[in-house]
Design a protein around this ligand. Structure first.
Ligand code: DQA
Length: 172
């Protein structure tokens, strides 16, 4: 039996999950997250992005998820990467960073992917400046995790695992 993940938004072009094969999850990091460890450590912590990516891949193995990671400072490059993933991806974890608050184009690319999406932030954006309180993706993602530093990403991956499980158990 093959399983198509259903979530919000609709998942018509989601790749099928085959029994015994890991589901593929793309993790996208937006602008300035390449500076993690150096940039505002009092907010984002001392951990570097390569270490987060390493932990994600390791946790992915434990959860039977194939984790791909991608970081870019450019809106267009993020959109291109999301478009390339269409039809061969089961789920998306995205920290759009500064683009969270502004990018209708990234929101549109996320919707076009048609896979379950978890939005992630290291910081709790509601404890920060007012302009960060708005996410233009909030109403098109399955769920949002924020405020736990690097652990937010790990929680997001576990949430994706649960979505894959649910989809399998209902035979979606
Ligand atoms: C962030 C929060 C954003 O407001 C900010 O622009 C970032 C990181 C976070 O992970 O907490 O770059 O997405």
């Amino acid at each position: 039996m093959v399983t198509r993940l259903r979530g919000l938004p609709s998942t018509r072009s989601a790749a099928t999950v085959r029994p015994g094969k890991p589901a593929t999850v793309l993790v996208v990091h937006g602008p300035n997250l390449n500076l993690l460890g150096e940039r505002e450590p009092e907010i984002y912590g001392r951990i570097r992005l390569v270490e987060i990516d390493r932990r994600l891949r390791e946790l992915g193995k434990e959860l039977a998820l194939e984790v791909e990671t991608f970081q870019s400072n450019s809106e267009g490059a993020i959109i291109d990467r999301l478009q390339q993933a269409r039809g061969r991806l089961h789920a998306l974890v995205i920290n759009p960073a500064g683009y969270t608050h502004t990018s209708v184009a990234i929101r549109d690319a996320v919707v076009a992917l048609e896979v379950p999406v978890v939005e992630v932030h290291l910081s709790n954006i509601y404890r920060r400046e007012r302009f960060r309180h708005r996410s233009v993706l909030a109403d098109v993602v399955h769920g949002r995790i924020m405020g736990f530093g690097a652990e937010s990403y790990m929680l997001a991956l576990r949430a994706i695992r649960a979505l894959v499980e649910t989809a399998r158990s209902v035979g979606a």
